[in-house]
Design a protein around this ligand. Structure first.
Ligand code: DGP
Length: 221
């Protein structure tokens, strides 16, 4: 159908890409779910996404690796995590341009931080960032900051591969190296409500900026 510019969707502003990052057990799942509920209740078209997406064929390989059922070369598994983001890129762009706000639980910053944290010669932060260059960039990155010791006390780490205090300390350091203009660090040791009210403020500002025409950017180019 030809557009005459009068269609109600012709100038629909794009959705906002709001990302949660942080170490394991920092409260990302709770905060991202609460944010989606809050935004939905305000009539915002919003969806919750999570990486890795363990449903795809690549995601199932990642899942087996995280659960210790398979051993995979560290560089190869890094590229699988990245491929898992690239395979979702088109649907991500389609949702955003249709006006849907995406609240995303982990993304390329986790990708770079977790592999670089292993300290493997050759797999430094720049190497780790390279495969994700050009992916859609978040409009706001909410980093939930928490001491790994405190995170471990929250019911303890589970049995997955990276859920160990020493690894989490190293991951936290790498996240600091990845901070950029989208970054908002929140003290995640506070109550769910206190963190949540900061999250709401940041997310609403990001959504407003997109409604006012802020262009979507691309990672690390
Ligand atoms: P989660 O489903 O959020 O608990 O994530 C699973 C684990 O995988 C968690 O320890 C963080 C880690 N992780 C998430 N994304 C990546 C990635 O892109 N690369 C690597 N190496 N690890 C990741």
């Amino acid at each position: 159908m030809a557009s005459n510019g009068n269609s109600s969707t012709a100038h629909k502003p794009r959705g906002s890409f709001i990302l949660f990052e942080g170490g394991d057990r920092c409260g990302k799942t709770t905060q991202s779910e609460n944010l989606v509920k809050h935004l939905s209740s305000k009539g915002v078209d919003v969806a919750l996404w999570k990486f890795p997406d363990r449903q795809t064929a690549i995601g199932q390989m990642i899942n087996a690796y995280l659960q210790g059922k398979t051993e995979t070369d560290d560089a190869a598994v890094h590229l699988l995590f990245s491929a898992n983001r690239w395979e979702k890129r088109e649907s991500m762009l389609a949702a955003l341009s249709a006006g849907q706000t995406l609240v995303v639980d982990r993304y390329a910053y986790s990708g770079a931080a977790f592999t670089a944290a292993k300290g493997i010669p050759g797999l430094d932060l720049e190497w780790c960032k390279a495969p994700d260059k050009g992916l859609p960039a978040p409009d706001a990155t909410i980093y939930l900051s928490m001491m790994p010791e405190a995170a471990a006390k929250r019911g303890g780490y589970g049995s997955e591969r990276y859920e160990k205090e020493e690894m989490q300390r190293s991951v936290a350091q790498r996240f600091q190296d990845l901070r950029d203009a989208t970054w908002h660090t929140l003290d995640a040791a506070r109550s769910i409500e206190a963190v949540g009210s900061d999250v709401t403020r940041i997310a609403e500002a990001a959504i407003e900026a997109c409604q006012e025409g802020k262009p979507l950017e691309h990672l690390w180019l």
